[in-house]
Design a protein around this ligand. Sequence first.
Ligand SMILES: Cc1cc2nc3c(=O)[nH]c(=O)nc-3n(C[C@H](O)[C@H](O)[C@H](O)COP(=O)(O)OP(=O)(O)OC[C@H]3O[C@@H](n4cnc5c(N)ncnc54)[C@H](O)[C@@H]3O)c2cc1C
Length: 390
Amino acid sequence: MDFTLNEQQQHWQRVARDFAQNRVAPIAREMDETGEMPLSLVTEMAELGLLGATLPKELGGSEIDHLSLALIYEELGRACSSVRGFMTVHSSLVMQCINHWGSEEQRTKFLPMLASGSEIGCYALTEPEAGSDAASISTRARKVNGGYILDGEKIWITNGNIARLAIVFAKLVAPEFEAKKPHERITAFLVPLESEGVQRVPMPGQELGHRASDHAHIVFKDCFVSSEMVLGGEGKGFKVAMSALDHGRLGVAAGALGVHQACLDASVDFVRKRKQFGQRIGDFEMVQSSIAEMKASLDASRLLVYRAAWTKDQGLPSKSETSVAKYFATEAACKAASDAVLLHGGRGYSNEYPVERYYRDIKGLQIYEGTAHIQKIVIAREVIGKETRS
Ligand SMILES: Cc1cc2nc3c(=O)[nH]c(=O)nc-3n(C[C@H](O)[C@H](O)[C@H](O)COP(=O)(O)OP(=O)(O)OC[C@H]3O[C@@H](n4cnc5c(N)ncnc54)[C@H](O)[C@@H]3O)c2cc1C
């Protein structure tokens, strides 16, 4: 077993770390306060070759492996979860999905624009009454001459107000689909968001974390989508949605690793400097115990996230490894963020220090792209297997 990163992986780790530490980290607090991520960061990520990531070079990509991609997400997550979240949706949920399921025409039409950052993508699955239970979506696609008419609403769509292209999931309304199971009726559509019949507004309310992320409520009303915009074929949308999530979950798991590392870095720095009872607090055994737990769980998360990426790179089935990584890394990072706030005492409770942002942001990673409960269901199903009936 070889734990060393190869030259290509070290290169992408360095590129992402330089960008994250020099361009993102210095403005992370300001972005959190203003609620906006400057779009110039998207251009910079594109110029560095980060956005195209795993795509083939002829489509504007960088042809990197999944482990390098995980290293990029880790470095971005260490600096800012909103920026990492932007890229996970744009590059993993949208671009990797179009690359896998798209026709030649769709791939050549959309991927170079997305890789260059001139167009932004979003992934629209969640609805007011359908979150974890994705098969219960009620957005409908009625078949008409030359295409489909979409009606329905989507919520929590990351990048939804700034994107020009969405992968939208809807149930087909057509005689040949009437008798099918709910998930067999789902179809994925590539929808230009400037189309007639699309209304989008920012999600209402102040969000706990990811405050520089863009989250939209999107309504489709009599929205025409032409036949060539079906992604992956009629009735294949559930598979498309799940395979996209499998890519995205690796990004979330790696992002959690970055948050966890940031919590450890901030805590070590603080416990070395802060003095109470005449000594630095890092010399109290209870504080050392917290730091040791944070470091041990970080190492365990890192091995699981890298294993999931490596499994993908071998072309092996990786659903279980990815869910284990997403579940473990997000839970471990939640605990690390909570401990980091405690170790900072009252200072940890104010945005004078970054740990309160890590604490708010990390809850999102535990929820989106399949909650911790849903990951446990995926893992348990893989371990126990499907029931065989005689
Ligand atoms: C910051 C953020 C960004 C997001 N970005 C996107 C995006 O870009 N695109 C998109 O489509 N969606 C997005 N989402 C939505 C996200 O994917 C959903 O919030 C998530 O899937 C959970 O769905 P829900 O909120 O409806 O909760 P629910 O599904 O209602 O779940 C509520 C609770 O019930 C639990 N639960 C549900 N079913 C089960 C079960 N079978 N067994 C045990 N427990 C269960 C859940 O784990 C959770 O604890 C985003 C959400 C957030 C917070």
